[in-house]
Every structure is written in structure tokens, then in C-alpha cells.
Design a protein around this ligand. Structure first.
Ligand code: ZN
Length: 411
């Protein structure tokens, strides 16, 4: 009976450790941004693993890699990403992709009867090292920001076209995939490390995600007037940095008191001209806010900009901003939540339903199919760090829940 199939943890562990050695850097972390030499090596390794498992391997023009078990029809898809941030860990993304592979491998080995095909996927550049997060899953579902790809500026400081040089991919192949996207997907499941402390704190081995937060990225500036630090009286200053400082404190206080559970973050700041003896005439900063509630996202957009405008007015400054990226919050489809909770109960694993504050490919896939996520605990809540880890027995439970849920959805 197919319900009794279990993953082979030692084989899964070997895969994760093998992949973790590709792009391993001197500090013990993993640096494998999409299309870097390490990523290209990881892609070749992964395609080889898919083929060895007897899966039909293909890739699209955005570099998303697929391995299929079963014939024609809308697949039940599962996967994540194998790219990493610079100096990240070996589990973020990889644990999900390789657990998915292990599930399909076991299902194939047991020759379980499937009404629908199963497909494992590794999406390109989930981490957004190139141009905005989720390049691969966005291209797969036709949600790419075309102008951003054409502009082709990457977080790594090199033009995207240069990074793609010497690979099988190009700006054109990515945009073509995006333009022709018509994904027929039955459902999508993603296993991922939690990247936060909740499951670890509660001592629960499995998390079932019921919501994924949306996020909004903006580049902002307060504009004032530069002046001599020794001769410009305090009351005559138009100090752009003070506008920013005021905004940083008041926006955080606002979100913490009015929208607890949502977040606002100023992650990068540059003050100009930037000297000991000059009152800052310009303060540039990144503004990020996120929430699991669509209503709160809309409220935050209105309220934070009203606050910035108000601060600018009272301090004799101007405030300007532009959107860089935005994703909408996702409520996981009830039928997926039902399958995950029922299978988890049947397997006898304690679980917690929780919100993902981090964005994931599952959120992007939700535009094409009912999508859901399984979390395994991140000890100490560490992520995007060489110290990121997981407990193998937690992963075994998460992967077995994935396997059982895939069988249910493909039955
Ligand atoms: Zn990830």
C-alpha cells in the first residue's frame, strides 16, 4: 500500500551534504548565487541526480530544472531552490529540493500507482541575487518584471547579461519563458527550513504554513539642504538625516503598536554629502515592510507614506520614493491545508500551523496552482548564515509528510 512508503533519510542526507560541498566557502558557509560557477556545478550535479533517479529531466529558458515521474497531464509539483545568498547555509532551499527528489525516488522505486504525474523542480535565483527575488518561479508563471530584467542590473554589481554569458541562458531566453508561461500545475508543495525560531522554541518537529507574508520594497530619500556644520543654526537646518532618523523610530513604533506581527525595516542608509562638517542634504534608504494580511499591507503603504510626508513637512524636507518590488500575502488553499494536516495526523507527527514571514517560491506558484508549505525547525532560528542547520530526524518527518501529501494529491 502506497501509504506506507517512507523516505530513505541516509540517502537524502548524503545528497544534502554532497550539494553542500559545492560552493562551500572558506568560512564554512555556502556561496552559490544563481549562474555563478558554483551554481552551474550544482545544476549539473542536480540534473545528474534526477537522471539517476529515473526521472525525465528538462529545463526552461530561465534555468528552472524539472524532473518528472509519470506521463502526461498536469503534474503535482514539489521543490524549492538550490541557489544561496553569499555566505549562506547548506539547507535553505536545498533541503526542500532534495527532499522532493527523495520523495519521487521512493515513489518511483515502489512503483506506486499515480493518477497524475509528479514533478520535482529547482527554481532559479529564489534569493534575488540577480534582479528581484524569485526570478525563476516568476518566469515560470509569467510574473516577471520585464523592465527590471531588461534593465539588467543585479545585486552583485554586474549586469545580468554579463552574468549569463557563457551559460545556456540569456535575457531573451528568460523573457521568452516568461512571455510563453502557461503552467498547467495541479498543486505545488514546498518543504523549507523555517528560518525563524518558532518551531524550535515550541519543540515541534513540523510546521504547516497557513499564510505567507507579502512584502514591499521601496527606495526612499529625504531631501533637505546641505550646510556648514559650524555656521548653520540648528533652527535653520534642513537636515535630511534627522528626517530619516525620526521616520525610522516612528515607523517602527507605529508598526509595533498598531500592526503587531507585521514588520518594517530600514536595511540600508546613505547620507550625502557624507562628511564630518556638513549637515546632510540628502538621506537615501531602503524601506521594506511585510505582513501576512492583505489589508495590513495596504494600510502600511498608506500610513507609512503619510508619516514620511508629515515628517518631511515639519522638518522642511521633501520625501520621494519608488517601488522596487512587491509580493502579495498568500493564504494557503484550504484543500492543501486539509491534506497536510490530515496526513500529518495520520503519521502521528506533532505539528504547528504558522505564518511564514519570509517569502518563498510557493507564494509565486500560488498564481498558477494551489500551493502549500511544510517547515522543519531551524535550531536557534538561524538562516542565511553558515551556522544555519536542521535536525535530521525533523527533516525525516517533514519529508515523510511531503511524500504522503504528494501521494494524496496525485492519487
Ligand atoms: Zn529559501
Amino acid at each position: 500500500m502506497s501509504g506506507d512508503i517512507r523516505i530513505d533519510l541516509s540517502r537524502l542526507r548524503r545528497d544534502i551534504e554532497d550539494l553542500g560541498r559545492i560552493g562551500c566557502d572558506v568560512s564554512g558557509g555556502v556561496s552559490r548565487p544563481s549562474f555563478s560557477p558554483a551554481d552551474l556545478e550544482a545544476r549539473a550535479w542536480f540534473k545528474d541526480r534526477l537522471a539517476s533517479a529515473g526521472l525525465a529531466v528538462r529545463q526552461d529558458g530561465a534555468g528552472n530544472i524539472f524532473g518528472r515521474l509519470g506521463g502526461e497531464g498536469r503534474p503535482v509539483m514539489t521543490g524549492s531552490h538550490i541557489d544561496t545568498v553569499l555566505n549562506g547555509g547548506m539547507f535553505d532551499g536545498a533541503a526542500g529540493v532534495l527532499s522532493s527528489l527523495e520523495c519521487l525516488r521512493r515513489i518511483g522505486e515502489e512503483k506506486a500507482r499515480l493518477a497524475k504525474p509528479l514533478e520535482v523542480v529547482s527554481f532559479t535565483d529564489e534569493e534575488g541575487n540577480l534582479c528581484g527575488d524569485f526570478l525563476g518561479s516568476r518566469a515560470f508563471t509569467g510574473q516577471l518584471n520585464r523592465a527590471e530584467v531588461e534593465r539588467g542590473l543585479t545585486q552583485l554589481g554586474l549586469p545580468l547579461a554579463d552574468i549569463l554569458q557563457g551559460t545556456e541562458f540569456s535575457l531573451e531566453s528568460i523573457l521568452e519563458t516568461n512571455a510563453s508561461a502557461a503552467p498547467a500545475v495541479e498543486a505545488f508543495l514546498e518543504l523549507h527550513v523555517e528560518q525563524g525560531p518558532t518551531l524550535d522554541d515550541e519543540g515541534v518537529p513540523v510546521g504547516i504554513v497557513d499564510r505567507i507574508a507579502g512584502k514591499h520594497y521601496r527606495l526612499c530619500s529625504f531631501l533637505g539642504k546641505a550646510g556648514h556644520a559650524g555656521t548653520t543654526p540648528i533652527e535653520l537646518r534642513q537636515d535630511a538625516f534627522l528626517g530619516l532618523a525620526d521616520f525610522a523610530l516612528r515607523s517602527t513604533q507605529h508598526v509595533a503598536t498598531r500592526h503587531y506581527g507585521s514588520f518594517v525595516t530600514i536595511g540600508r542608509v546613505a547620507v550625502r554629502p557624507g562628511a564630518f562638517s556638513i549637515v546632510p542634504g540628502q538621506a537615501d534608504f531602503t524601506l521594506e515592510f511585510r505582513s501576512a494580511s492583505p489589508g495590513t499591507m495596504a494600510a502600511l503603504e498608506t500610513e507609512l507614506f503619510a508619516l514620511a510626508e508629515d515628517i518631511a513637512r515639519t522638518r522642511g524636507l521633501a520625501f520621494v520614493s519608488k517601488v522596487v518590488d512587491a509580493t502579495t500575502p498568500l493564504a494557503v488553499a484550504p484543500r492543501i491545508l486539509d491534506v497536510l494536516t490530515e496526513e500529518c495526523g495520520r503519521l502521528g507527527f506533532p505539528f504547528l500551523k504558522l505564518t511564514s514571514g519570509a517569502g518563498h517560491d510557493a507564494q509565486i506558484l500560488a498564481a498558477a496552482a494551489d500551493s502549500g508549505m511544510i517547515f522543519v525547525p531551524s535550531p536557534d532560528g538561524l538562516s542565511h548564515s553558515p551556522k544555519e542547520c536542521l535536525r535530521w530526524d525533523d527533516l525525516e518527518k517533514g519529508a515523510n509528510l511531503l511524500l504522503a501529501s504528494l501521494l494524496r494529491l496525485a492519487a
